[in-house]
Ligand binder design. Structure first.
Ligand code: NAP
Ligand code: F7E
Length: 346
């Protein structure tokens, strides 16, 4: 049975990847951070009591800022594949916490790579390593962006991802390790964090329809993103690690939309005019913005046979429907005396 180790297992991509790998027959080990409240909601339905027979999902406390702990987990898990998805992944927050962002995203990757390097050298075992790179690394480089586009990062998050990318390339070349960089454009789902713009919008649509929210405060509405579906993108991660030689790949739909177009689609789906509900708040502007990301994934199409299945309209529909149901349940709770979720979060 192949064994996979995932950092960031509690995140959006971690939850989709865990599902995919379990379905493929893997034993999956995830790194979770100790928190004072549960942070495993996205994988709750997959988790089984480790005392039961036949369990294939195991969770280990660890942190990308703690290299010793990462080394201990590697020794215990003995993985065939490592997926490094853990990160402080919010671009605007990275302007407020640049040092912590660099610690998890850049140094965290280095710590894990270095642990894998020593582990492989000492045991002679093969380990394949996936590094979660981002289209944010292209930043201000004009679209369409592909593997040959020079990086021009525009945030501490993006700079840290560029560092992680080059650490990965260097460890591949210096030590002959099997390491791939996936350069993934924005991908969303009903499991997307609620402070990213897509989910912030679809959550608001659900709550507005059910009378739980009146306004939606956003920042820059002109920015364009190449939005795909997380379920499709984790398949690309897995495919990258099944190739005979390690390489780097852009994963994208090839189609971009503005935040305004996302609003049109999401509010339009429930027959509302977004202009009546949306107000701009400068706190959501970024000191340096990335205006236009649109990926060219022709290499992934040719070499991995990968293509996106879910397109923009379908993605928005899926997210809005999910969040209408969530808001319906939230309303029931409120009616029965539970406090409403505060709407003003980032
Ligand atoms: P996400 O939902 O924000 O999940 C991030 C994960 O990293 C969570 O499990 C989080 O744990 C964990 N984490 C945060 N800090 C950590 C630390 N110090 N040590 C260990 N784990 C830590 O992100 P995502 O959307 O799934 O993205 C997965 C990866 O792909 C990230 O590296 C992201 O930067 C990158 N990426 C994402 C996209 C996208 O559009 N989604 C595109 C390109 C690249 P908690 O649950 O405890 O917070
Ligand atoms: O912003 C604009 C914002 O935060 C998209 C991460 O997964 O994808 C993600 O980073 C756009 C930006 O995603 C709000 O200014 C307007 O132009 O949803 P986002 P992101 O910054 O593209 C990349 C690929 C990653 O790697 C990252 O980890 O939307 N925008 N108003 C807003 N954005 C947010 N969050 N909130 C607003 O109110």
């Amino acid at each position: 049975m192949p064994v996979a180790l995932i950092t960031g297992v509690t995140g959006q991509d971690g939850s989709y990847l865990t599902r995919l790998l379990l379905a493929k027959g893997y034993e999956v080990h995830g790194v979770i951070r100790r928190a004072s409240s549960f942070n495993t909601a996205r994988i709750e339905d997959l988790y089984q009591d480790p005392h039961q027979p036949g369990v294939r999902l195991f969770l280990h406390y660890g942190d990308l800022c703690d290299g010793t702990g990462l080394r201990r987990i590697l020794e215990r898990v003995r993985p065939d594949e490592v997926y490094n998805l853990g990160a402080q992944s919010h671009v605007r927050v990275s302007f407020e916490q640049p040092e912590y962002t660099a610690d998890t995203v850049a140094l965290g990757t280095l710590r894990l790579l270095d642990a894998v390097r020593d582990y492989v050298e000492r045991t002679g075992r093969q380990v394949r390593f996936y590094q979660a790179g981002s289209s944010e690394m292209f930043g201000a480089a004009p679209p369409p962006q592909n593997e040959r586009t020079p990086f021009y990062p525009r945030s501490p998050y993006a700079v840290s991802k560029v560092a992680a990318h080059w650490y990965a390339v260097n460890y591949r070349e210096a030590y002959g390790l099997y390491i791939v960089n996936g350069i993934l454009f924005n991908h969303e789902s009903p499991q997307r964090g609620e402070t990213f713009v897509s989910r912030k919008i679809t959550r608001a649509v659900g709550r507005i329809v059910h009378g739980l929210q009146q306004k939606l405060y956003l920042g820059n509405l002109e920015a364009r993103r190449d939005w795909g579906y997380a379920g499709d993108y984790v398949e690309a991660m897995w495919l990258m690690l099944q190739q005979p030689e390690p390489d780097d790949y852009v994963i994208a739909t090839g189609e971009s939309h503005s935040v305004k177009e996302f609003l049109e689609a999401a509010f339009g789906y429930v027959g509302l005019d977004w202009r009546r509900y949306v107000e701009q708040d400068p706190r959501y502007f970024r000191p340096t913005e990335v205006e236009h990301l649109e990926g060219d994934a022709s290499k992934a199409r040719a070499k991995l046979g990968w293509a996106p299945k879910v397109r923009f309209a379908e993605l928005v529909r899926m997210m809005v429907e999910h969040d209408l149901e969530l808001a319906r349940r939230e309303k029931l709770l409120v009616k029965n005396g539970y406090p409403a979720v505060s709407g003003g979060r980032d």
